[in-house]
Design a protein around this ligand. Structure first.
Ligand code: FES
Length: 89
């Protein structure tokens, strides 16, 4: 999760809080299954499309608490039912 200024001004803190809530972990922590680790990073280079969430190698731009909440739930469900890499719906 990008935490740098542009994303912060666009609501990154709320997005991070929602992801943390959905996964049941805090920033810097890994979930019980070892599937997800929530990390705040500096600018991902898409400042005009923030807040930006990066899952594996893919950016997900213009995230909101609402959009990221349903996505993280679906992402967790997919990841836990498959041995394939995690993708964001
Ligand atoms: S500030 Fe978040 S992508 Fe640049």
């Amino acid at each position: 999760m990008c935490r740098t200024l542009s994303c912060a001004l666009l609501g990154a803190e709320c997005v991070t809080a929602e992801i943390a809530s959905q996964l049941g972990i805090g920033v810097g922590e890994t979930d019980r299954d070892g599937m997800f680790t929530l990390v705040e990073v500096e600018c991902l280079g898409a400042c005009d499309r923030g807040p930006v969430v990066m899952v594996n190698d893919a950016w997900h731009e213009c995230q909101t608490a609402e959009s990221v909440g349903s996505c993280s739930t679906a992402c967790a469900r997919t990841a836990r039912s498959s041995s394939a890499g995690v993708t964001w719906p």
